[in-house]
Design a protein. Structure first.
Length: 457
């Protein structure tokens, strides 16, 4: 998995021995020298003394779909809980009450992000638990195995839970997707059966960025009297979600995708929808999720949700512009082809796979993993496929189900932008990627621009 090397001292020491790139960046002196050495930024972290003359160098984090740097508001909320709201929220004394207050505040903040009533928010350990719970919690409401519909481009938290349900006698339909990764509402209509208990569809696909037509899909499920679950881990805080109007019964969220801490998430359960608890124990979360809540982490989640809701409109527009600039910049190489839906897509997400025309003279074109490693050496953090699958050389199953050939799908590459991303990061990334592509043997990547022309990026 790609990682950001801030502060490691390795930044800029390109393993390919590419002193030019590093030299260019050093010359840039980090955009007027205004680097922030902050946990929150995820970029612009200077490493003084890393070069021979102590020049500053820069790392660029473009893996926000894997995780986001925690925001200051979340850290402050976490600190508050650790310092003064650390009681057990189930205790009836004042220490417990204070802690319960932090929990309820977070419930309001998270609910507000998606247009839900706070009573409909149930905290979990993250998106994976919320996804598992949605499927298994509905399944446990049934005495006999029923029918489940998912898409063929789900996150493994859904796909593997569906596989498990199959072993328990459930039948599972995996809806196909088109070449840009969209599910067709007609296919959903055709898939529904009298015993369909649940439809679960990913909202924003983490690898290819495609956003599904959840409103149309939810209407079809509801018209048939079927519950509808949405995995909104990648979309919450990135695009408006209003559960007052959307036909959705269950919806999964994750804190660390929205600048909150890792280890918190939530399942939205529409009022009146019956779902079973998975954990045995205490009566927390209205008896639906046993175990003392991780109050500090949840408070951080709430604070992050509040901030991202406030800035969503402006930030979405800004990131869409930067994302499109990246698409245009990398399309010129002829070595990569954009993947996913160009219109219905996550605003911060640009994804590619190999365009085989650019690699005609090579017997074995590079894998996405090769590209990730090379970019990491140049201090740019991206990922190949979803972070959970990185590190394996097998072609992305998501791309295969979208109709890509294995040789194309093995070269999956994902750039996911965030709060800290600036135009200069995008322009620099385009130049570095093109240079990496050329070094890996791509015939069509543009020639390297002379360093002197990059100084004022
Ligand atoms: C679409 C989607 N669903 C679920 C998850 C799992 O979330 P978490 O990391 O909080 O368990 C992820 C994580 O990448 C995701 O992208």
């Amino acid at each position: 998995m790609a990682r950001s090397d801030e502060g490691s001292g390795k930044i800029g020491k390109n393993q390919g021995g590419d002193a030019v790139l590093n030299g260019e960046r050093r010359n840039g002196q980090g955009r007027n020298g205004k680097f922030q050495s902050s946990l929150e930024t995820g970029r612009g972290v200077p490493v003084s003394g890393a070069g021979s003359s102590g020049e500053r160098q820069l790392s660029i984090y473009l893996d926000h779909s894997a995780t986001t740097p925690i925001c200051a508001e979340a850290i402050a909320a976490i600190n508050d809980v650790f310092q003064s709201q650390w009681g057990n929220p189930s205790s009836t004394h004042r220490w417990g009450e204070r802690s319960a207050l932090a929990l309820e505040m977070a419930r309001i903040q998270v609910g507000a992000l998606i247009g839900a009533d706070p009573t409909e928010i149930f905290f979990t350990s993250g998106g994976t638990e919320a996804d598992n719970w949605a499927l298994l919690g509905v399944a446990r409401q049934h005495q006999q195995p029923q029918h489940l519909v998912i898409s063929s481009v789900e996150h493994s938290a859904i796909a593997k839970t569906a596989d498990f349900l199959e072993t328990q006698g459930w039948t599972v339909t995996r809806l196909p997707v088109d070449h840009v990764g969209r599910v067709s509402p007609q296919d959903l209509s055709a898939a529904l059966r009298p015993n369909t208990a649940l439809v679960s569809i990913i909202h924003g696909q983490s690898e290819v960025g495609t956003v599904q037509p959840i409103e149309a899909l939810g209407k079809i499920a509801h018209a048939a009297g079927v519950l509808f679950h949405v995995d909104a881990v990648q979309t919450a805080g990135r695009m408006p979600i209003d559960l007052r109007t959307l036909p959705v019964d269950l919806l999964s969220l994750s804190s660390h995708k929205i600048y909150g801490p890792q280890g918190a998430g939530a399942l939205y359960v529409r009022s009146g929808v019956a779902i079973s608890s998975l954990l045995l124990g205490g009566g927390q979360e209205s008896r639906l999720r046993a175990g003392t809540q991780a109050v500090a982490t949840i408070a951080g989640f709430g604070a992050a949700a509040e901030r991202i809701a406030q800035e969503m409109t402006i930030e979405t527009k800004r990131l869409t512009g930067l994302r499109d600039r990246l698409f245009v910049g990398l399309a010129t190489s002829g070595a990569l082809q954009p993947t996913g839906d160009p219109v219905h897509r996550l605003p911060h997400h640009a994804s590619f796979c190999l365009a085989l025309d650019g690699w005609k003279t090579l017997n074995t074109p590079p894998s996405g993993w090769d590209l990730v490693r090379q970019l990491n050496s140049a201090s740019i953090a991206v990922s190949s496929g979803s972070a959970c699958n990185s590190g394996t050389l097998s072609p992305s199953p998501v791309l295969l189900s979208m109709g890509y050939r294995e040789t194309e799908a093995i070269g999956a590459l994902r750039f996911s932008l965030g709060r800290s991303t600036q135009m200069v990061d995008i322009d620099w990334t385009v130049k570095v990627v093109n240079q990496v592509l050329k070094r890996l043997g791509c015939e069509t990547a543009p020639a390297l621009v002379h360093p002197a022309r990059l100084v004022n990026l």
